[in-house]
Structure formats: C-alpha cells, structure tokens
Design a protein around this ligand. Sequence first.
Ligand code: KIV
Length: 268
Amino acid sequence: MSQAAHTITLPALSEMKKRGEKIAVLTAYDASFARVLDGNGVDIILVGDSLGMVIQGHGSTLPVTLDHMTYHCANVARVTRRAMVMADMPFMSFSSPERALDGAGRLMQEGGAHIVKIEGGGAFLPVVETLASHGIPVCAHLGLLPQSVHKLGGYRVQGKDELTARVMQEDALAMQDAGADLLLLECVPATLGTAISQALRIPVIGIGAGPGCDAQVLVLHDILGLTPGKPPKFSYNFLDGKGGVAQAIAAYVHAVKSGDYPGRDHSY
Ligand code: KIV
C-alpha cells in the first residue's frame, strides 16, 4: 500500500515531551473514524488489538490475528495524513525476535503502520532490540497486559506494591535502553505513572496511569459510550449528555416507524 507522509514523527513527539505538551492518542480501526481523528488533532492513532472486543465481539484480545491487524491497520493508514499510526502486534506474533520481525514487517509494508506496539516486560527485550536494530519503531507496553489476562486472573491494576512497582520501573528503563521509542503504561497507580514518565527520555503514554504521563490514550468506543457494561474507572464517555450514538440510532428508528423520515427534503 502507499505510505502517506505523516507529520507526527518520533522527533516531533520527543519535542512535545520536552515542551511539556500533552500528546493525544485514540484507537481507530476503520477509515471513517481514522479521518475524523486525523482531522481533529489526534497525534497518534492506535490500531489496537482491542478490536477483538469492540469490532469482533470477543471477550478478550487473544483471538486477534496478524491478518486482522494488518487489514484494519491498512484501512486506517490509507486515509491518515497527519497522525502517527501505531499497530498492536497481536498475541503470540512476537514470541521470538524472528517472528516479530516478520510480523512487524507485514504491519508496516501491508498495513502502513509507522510504529508497532508489543505487550510484555523484560522477557521481550531481545524482541525490542531486534526490531530497533532493523529500523522498526517500537512502543513497549507495560502494566496491565490484556494479552496476559488469563495469567493475571483478570483486568486489574498493576504495580500496586513496592516490588512490582520497582520491577516495572526497571523494565521501563530497560525497554528504553533496548531501543523502544515510546512506552505505554496501562492501569497503574498515578504516582508510578508520573515516576516512570519523569525517569524516561522517551514519551510515556498512559491509560489509567494518571495525569502525570506525557500522553493519554483511550479506546474510541469507550469515549463514544458504545462499550457495554460497566466502563473501567479510567474511562470517560465524552458524548454523555451531548446526544450520543445510541440516541441517534433510537431517533432514526423512531422517525422511520412514525413516518417522519424520510420527508420531502430527503426525497427526489
Ligand atoms: O488494544 C488497545 O486498544 C490498547 C489500549 C488499551 C492501550 O492496547
């Protein structure tokens, strides 16, 4: 696919961190939403494997494959002009440096990604080193790792005690030293989010990691109030009280059933 020139580069993000300018990140999985995000100042569009839940209807990110990620990433990258496009490497696609190289290569060549994200701590340092040495930008993802949900026993806050917080701080520095360009921290205490952001040279993206991170990310469907069930504490429905997507659909159904739509204005 053709690679659109984008204006939010790694050096641009690094300058934003130095200036203390917050970086806005949101997920998208298709061209229509990618256009809206790109045209409204979102700096990084994350094609997250959260698509397993919000697009495919699964209960976790585990069923998402490299084919799925490549397809959705290509749909987003095709229309994105300004933002950096980040693609998640799905479960088991980076189980060795060789597999990771193949997968990341595909996400960049076929999917048009500018950077890939991998979930995991110290065990994945060789993967980060290999990708970085091949010129592939990497975002390391620490804290709550949704791909490890069965190992963790649920979606819980991580790094709450001194030992796990220290290990996460060490992993964060080691990821930076191994060549990671960005770090994402999910569901950690705000104090830990701030400490890691201040200790690192590279920009740190938080989700449920407090206001002290350099950047914030949320899942698009959460901020549009489309996710069923109780939202996570860190999430925020930015459409609440403004007439949301669900209200628009209910209004359409009502208008069709009542005969109010279509009217003359909508007819040839
Ligand atoms: O897949 C995703 O959307 C993510 C965010 C939750 C950070 O990784």
